[in-house]
Each structure stands twice: as C-alpha cells, then as structure tokens.
Design a protein around this ligand. Sequence first.
Ligand code: ATP
Length: 473
Amino acid sequence: MAAKPKSRMELIASLAKRRGFVMPTSEIYGGIGSSYDYGPLGIEMKRKLADLWWREMVRKHENIVGVDTAIIYHPNTWVASGHVEGFTDPLIDCRQCKARFREDDLVERFAGGVKGADEPPLSADGKHIDPAHPAYALAPCPHCGTKGSLTAPRSFNLMFRTWIGPVEEAGEQVYLRPETAQGIYVDYPQVQTTARLKPPFGIAQIGKAFRNEITPGNFIFRTREFEQMEMQYFVKPGEEIEALHYWKDERHAFWRDACGIRDDNLRVYEHAPDELAHYATNAFDIEYRFPFGWDEFEGIHNRTDYDLRRHAQHSGKERDLQYFDDQTRERYLPYVVETSAGLNRGLLAILLDAYDEDEVEGNPRVVLRLDPKLAPITAGIFPLIKKDGLPELARKVYQDLHREFDVFYDESGNIGRRYRRQDEAGTPFCFTIDHRTLADQTVTIRDRDTLEQPERPKIDQLTNVLRDRLFAK
Ligand code: ATP
C-alpha cells in the first residue's frame, strides 16, 4: 500500500528536526509532550524574527520603549489581573478510560444530539454541558465509547504554580507568568517617568510565558512554554479605538511586508462580543491559514483600563498608577491597547508559508522561500572543487563576511548537493569560488528562487551585495 502523503505540518516538523530548526526536547527520555528545543538554524531564525519585531516596534517609534520583567511576579498580580479566578478551562474526564476533554469540544460534539435522547445535554443557551440533563447519562465518551462515564465539567487553572522557599507548604505560592503583559502594567509608572513618556506611548517586551494547556499540539502551535512579543500602548481614555485600528493594520502589515507571509494566507478576524477574553472589549486576531484551518497567531486587544484599575484596587496605589498631565492638570488611568504575538507561532506560520517543493534540472527539491532577513543562513560560500587553491580562497571570503553576516562554508559533496542543502535551510544566496575567481577575483552568486547567476561581483563587493539584498525592501 502506498504511504499516505504527509501533511504540510508533518513535512515542516520533519524538516525542522532533520535540519536543526526545532526538535522535541529531552528525547533520550522519550521527550515531554509538546516541549521543543530550537537548534542552530531555529535559534538564528527565532532571534531574527524577534529582532525584526523589536526594530519595528521599539526602534521605529520614538514613543515605544522596551522592558524585560521577571517571570515570577508577586502573586497578587495574578489575583488582580483575574487570572487566579478566571484563567480556567472547564474540563471533563472519562471515569472509565481517564481521557480528558475540554468542555467546549464536547459541547460541539453533542450539539447535534445523543443517541437515544430527544435533546442534547446542553445548558439552555447551548454553550455548556448540563450534567443534570437526562441525556448526559446516554452521552458516550468520545475516546472509549462508554456511556454515562463522563464527569461534570470542572475548572482547571492554566497557570503553572510553584513555591518560593525550601519547604513547599510553608513557602509562598507563586505562578509562572501566563502572559508578559502584567509585568508591564505593574511597572508602567516607573517606566513612564524614567523614560519621560506622555500618552500615547508603548512598552514592549519579548519573553517566555507558561500555560498548562489541556490540549497542546500541532507541533509548535500550542505548547506549554512559549514566547510572546507584546506591546502595551497607553492612551488617553477615548483614544483607544483609533489606536486599536491603527495597531491592527500595522501588525497585519508587519507579517505581510516585513516577514513575507503571503497575503492570501493572512486574515484579520474581529471577535464577536461573546468570544472576548475577560479583560477585552474589542479584539482582532491576525490569523494564518494553518494546515488545520485559520487560527490566530497575534491578538490586538482593547484592554480598556481594566488591568490598571484592578491593580489600583488590589495594591491600593491608585494615585501611583494614574498618569498626571502637568499641562492640563488632568489625572487619569490610561486605557491600554495591546498587541500580543506568539514568537513561536509566528515562526511556524512563516515556515509553513515558505515551504515549497519544485524541480531543478529534473530533480525534486525542497526549498524554504524565507525572506532573506529571516533566513538563518544568509549566504553559503563554496569552493567549486576541493583543490587548486579554491578552498583557501573560499575560506578567506568566509572569514571576511562572517563578522557581519550569517554565512556558511561548505566544501563537501558536489556543488548541486551543496545548493540543495542550502535551499532546504532557506539560504537565499550562495557564492561560489571557481577558477575564474583566481584570475579576476569575481564569484558567482546563485539565487535560491530564480536559480539564476546573473552577475559576478568582485570579492571586495560582497559585503555591499549582501547589505543591499538584506535591506532591499
Ligand atoms: P489560543 O486561543 O490559541 O489559546 P489566546 O487567545 O489565549 O490563544 P493570547 O492570550 O491572546 O492567546 O496570546 C497571544 C498570543 O500568544 C497568541 O496569539 C499566540 O500566538 C501566543 N500563544 C498563546 N498561547 C500559546 C501556546 N500555548 N503556545 C504557543 N503560543 C501561544
């Protein structure tokens, strides 16, 4: 029987592992569900994406500054933010096979009815499981099929807990942050005064967040540990809607123009009122057409003054959290618009979008059509053959360029194979040093996408050639 063709996600996951982009963590022990390590190519690409975001948000805007806050905050932060109470997913267990389901998944499954019952076992508004409904006793476990084995929904907090101090019970219970935003809210008055900012202004941060997700999966789409690139934009009340639309358009343009994701694989989705998170009044998602369907990889939210107000109440420091405008003598809690992107999910979208298969001179080729700015290796440097002084000259070219660029020296295998290896890693250019180089100091440039070698610049022009191509857009 012919093997089932691989899905795009499987192809990317296997390429990522094979080439050292992303691999399951601690594999010698069998790995741990949905935790991944980034290898040499993956970390380069992840850093480039993070740097591109930082440049876009912080360098390009005079009124946006950066911070790097702790991962463990004072636990009251999470009481105030509503996460202790509200950051939960209702779960249902099967008493028979111990499988665990999210309530919303079962709502979807049972909405069409349950065999032997007149009505589905849902609440009156159809949004929750009603465990007291007679049909619930007939509802089968989707995993083992046993009827009546499903528990009532129970809330499960998504925050990871730990303890400070050597003795668990005596120590203070703290949380690994499930989002980076709260660290910005509680620091905002100090940042605002030290950087002498006036609304509208933004505070940006890139950092790890942790969520004990019930249903992680789809490679690095949903993991329990991930990185966020967040910017919190503080505005005068009344100016938040304009800011929300401005940032929604800016963020969409970033993924399309700076990262090169194809526009027909991107869309902006506006949340309906009943889909909003507990803190938001308006929200847009930037979605990518993932192999399993459209899904979010960045959210733009109007968080109003919800978070600052809650922190004011819980800390008793309302006055400190207010902004004082010394020209108008007004004092107010700013409104906040946030742009919250997943670094790993964004990377996944870019990899999926860049993956391509074609044919070169009758041979199949796998190629990542990454934007040159994001490619882990910017240029491959090859001697055409391993003799006649070509390797020595090629190594010199490599030494000169590697101070400024991510270049890779390769002399093993035939030249076609070396090109193919770089195509698969997404390397946009390859420089080949051949016999003519010995005579006139020129090299060939081979372009990953056009496969053309239109020019032969001199070795001493290569720095400018790369600079021009990297900053072409
Ligand atoms: P989802 O609905 O997918 O759980 P969310 O709406 O809870 O996401 P936000 O809280 O808005 O997500 O977080 C902002 C961004 O952080 C998301 O768009 C996503 O890119 C990233 N993110 C959130 N949870 C995860 C996760 N478990 N793994 C990887 N990235 C995540």
